[in-house]
Design a protein around this ligand. Structure first.
Ligand code: ATP
Length: 297
């Protein structure tokens, strides 16, 4: 059963259609990335599933049921930067978060600090924390109440590379502990490193969704190189079923629909034409390439 099922959600702000018939499921235990350029509707969608905003059309279920107060308790979220007291310690800040939100108990504070690897620094003032530590404390607050799902809006926004790496490792760790993580981001590299599922939005429309590997594997790319590039290019242009050919500094990238050819066929074909390949390998498509392929007008 899906943790979250979104069906045909639409939302407009006046004339702006922020979401236009968006549907997808989030499987349990997944790290699910919601990707999209600025203004594509990511925050609007997260706000709807967290009951902060109402959709105009469509519906969603949490844990297979209509959303209710009971389900909300199983979801920790970080939509915007939480209020913190800079002169207080992590423990003192979390005590305030706990009593204001009513989520979890005081005994859980040590537990969440251990989860985000801040326990050793629990009695240091917030002002002494690095950016990554500050964000880990914010995530600790979202973990109060032992939620099984975490919803995070741009969790690495504004962080330096060290902070980004810390949050990436934390999200991976939370997933291995059984949490489902749903995160909006525009950092494609980060999403590829941490997420196993994605949904890509553009101008409120869902362009694609599913397992990252499946989203990336509709095409296969082989990189080929030989001493005489023009002859190789001309040969590969005659190769059956080639979709497109792209020149790169490392050689020629040849794209095919998945499973329509093999490196051996390419090698034999070139050899028959008197071309000896110096390189031939399958090139893994990056999420970044797929994203720009889908979102470029
Ligand atoms: P970003 O990556 O910039 O945070 P996003 O993908 O989260 O963007 P949203 O913030 O959901 O996108 O915005 C979707 C669209 O709705 C945008 O065109 C935005 O300008 C518009 N929008 C969002 N909130 C409001 C609002 N309160 N009033 C009017 N328009 C809004």
């Amino acid at each position: 059963m899906a943790v979250l099922e979104i069906k045909n959600i639409a939302k407009s702000y006046g004339k702006i259609k922020a979401l236009d018939g968006v549907s997808f499921d989030v499987p349990p235990g997944s790290v699910f990335g919601i990707l999209g350029p600025n203004g594509s509707g990511k925050t609007t969608l997260l706000s709807i599933i967290l009951d902060v905003l109402q959709s105009d059309e469509g519906s969603y279920t949490w844990f297979g049921q209509e959303p209710s107060h009971l389900h909300r308790k199983k979801i920790g979220s970080l939509l915007e930067t939480p209020n913190v007291y800079h002169y207080l310690t992590a423990v003192q800040n979390l005590r305030i978060t706990q009593s204001v939100s009513g989520r979890g108990s005081e005994e859980e504070i040590d537990e969440v600090l251990k989860k985000v690897n801040l326990y050793e620094r629990r009695n240091s003032r917030f002002t002494t924390y690095s950016l990554g530590m500050k964000q880990r404390l914010a995530i600790a607050g979202a973990l109060l109440g032992r939620p099984s799902v975490l919803v995070l809006d741009e969790p690495t926004n504004g962080l330096d590379p060290v902070g980004i790496a810390e949050i990436r490792e934390l999200i991976k760790e939370l997933a291995t502990q059984g949490h489902t993580v749903i995160m909006a981001s525009h950092l494609l590299d980060e999403v590829e490193k941490v997420c196993d599922h994605v949904a890509i939005l553009k101008k409120g429309k869902l362009l694609t969704h599913g397992r990252v590997d499946d989203v990336l594997s509709d095409e296969e790319c082989f990189l080929v190189c030989s001493e005489h590039i023009p002859a190789l290019r001309s040969a590969m242009n005659q190769f059956p079923d080639v979709l497109r050919i792209v020149d790169t500094p490392d050689g020629i990238e040849c794209y095919f629909h998945k499973s329509t050819t093999s490196p051996w066929r390419i090698n034999d074909f070139c050899f028959e034409k008197g071309i000896v390949l110096s390189q031939l390998y399958t090139k893994k498509k990056r999420l970044e390439e797929k994203f720009f392929e889908l979102t470029n007008d």
